[in-house]
Write a protein that binds this ligand. Structure first.
Ligand code: GDP
Length: 351
């Protein structure tokens, strides 16, 4: 059975390095074109499995995966994340909680832990900014487990002190975590991966960990559904020449031009039609900046895409979107329930 890429969200306290990590991942995703076809996305970055094999080099051993890659949502802490659904396919299949190794747990770190718990999203922790540890000897893009071997005894000691302080803070917040390479049972402990978003050290370990968890624990969830498309709206935008557009993540099923969709609003779901499905063109094929998209007839999960719709009145970021048969489709009721969960969460101040 074919499986799709897991959708991965990045969360954490302000300034702990979410944006920098996503920038590094975008750089990584481009990499060497030989490593696999690069699929362009809106609002998300895909790291194909071929690229992950290449990045990990020796640390991957003889492991083989059927997960085709990872799809990272580009906007950190995006409010759409809070619309994760309480049941069934939520927006993010996996999450990365970023913690600055010198700062430790801060209010938004704790809030992120609560959100992840509430939605039962499996996550790993990226202990970021290892390069700022006194005396740290950096080698760009190296797996952490190799990089660590090159450090002086004193530097290693300082690093371990910071790490254990964070492990103890996490345990105070009910999260049992350990260094990923010291965990025997991933159902019992949350993996900590030391990284530097600046130098790229540890990023291969992070990718490998996410792929490994997806393969081991999410296979059923990631099995490709050929049914009607289901997704989440990231942004609503009026675009010259295209009219109302929605940037969205399609996490399950298929989307077709001309299909009827139901979308969450603060009131009753909006039922409208997809006028066009727009995928960004590869950079080297853009000759005119006004001609940035390719029109596609059909799209399969998981993907980040822009769609032009007949109407987007009242649509909110984070709203669920689904392909439906018509305005009487019973699944529209589920949209109403999901949207009310989102609004309730927003009103509690969880964003
Ligand atoms: P965000 O608010 O979580 O998105 O944090 P940013 O990605 O904007 O990072 C905040 C600051 O920390 C910026 O000045 C980054 O350049 C810096 N930063 C992020 N990651 C690293 C890292 O791994 N090492 C170092 N030295 N600086 C980092």
């Amino acid at each position: 059975m074919a499986i799709r890429q897991p959708v991965v969200s990045v969360l954490g306290h302000v300034d702990h390095g979410k944006t920098k990590l996503l920038d590094r991942i975008r750089g990584t995703a481009v990499g060497d074109r030989e490593a696999g076809a690069i699929t362009q996305h809106i609002g998300a970055t895909e790291v194909p499995i071929g690229r992950i094999y290449e990045m990990c080099g020796s640390i991957i051993g003889s492991k083989k995966f059927t997960v085709p890659g990872l799809l990272f949502i580009d906007t950190p802490g995006h409010q759409a994340f809070t619309s994760l659904r309480a049941r069934g396919g939520s927006l993010a299949d996996l999450a990365v909680l970023v913690i600055d190794i010198r700062e430790g747990l801060m209010p938004q770190t704790i809030e992120s832990i609560h959100i992840l718990r509430q939605y039962k999203t499996p996550f790993v922790i990226a202990l970021n900014k290892v390069d700022t540890i006194e005396g740290w000897n950096s080698t760009a893009d190296r797996p952490f487990v190799l990089s660590e071997k090159d450090q002086q005894a004193h530097t290693k000691e300082v690093f371990e002190q910071h790490m254990y302080e964070i492990i103890s803070q996490l345990s105070g917040n009910g999260v049992f975590a350990d260094r990923y390479d010291r965990i025997d049972d991933f159902t019992k402990a949350v993996a900590l991966i030391p990284i530097s978003a600046k130098t790229g050290e540890g990023v291969p370990d992070l990718m490998l960990m996410l792929i490994g968890l997806a393969q081991r624990f999410l296979e059923t969830r990631l099995t490709k559904e050929e049914g009607p498309g289901k997704g989440t709206v990231l942004e609503v935008k009026e675009v010259k020449g295209l009219g109302q557009t929605l940037d969205m993540i399609l996490y399950s099923g298929t989307l077709k031009t001309g299909a009827t969709v139901a979308i969450g609003t603060r009131g009753a779901p909006l039922v409208t039609r997809i006028k066009a499905i727009l995928k960004p063109k590869p950079l080297d094929e853009i000759r005119d900046p006004r001609d940035r998209f390719d029109n596609v007839k059909e799209l399969h999960a998981a993907a980040g895409v822009k769609i032009a719709v007949q109407d987007a009145t009242g649509v909110i970021a984070g709203a669920p979107i689904r392909v439906v048969k018509n305005a009487k489709d019973p699944s529209i009721q589920e949209i109403t329930e999901e949207t009310s969960i989102k609004i309730e969460t927003e009103e509690k101040g969880i964003t």
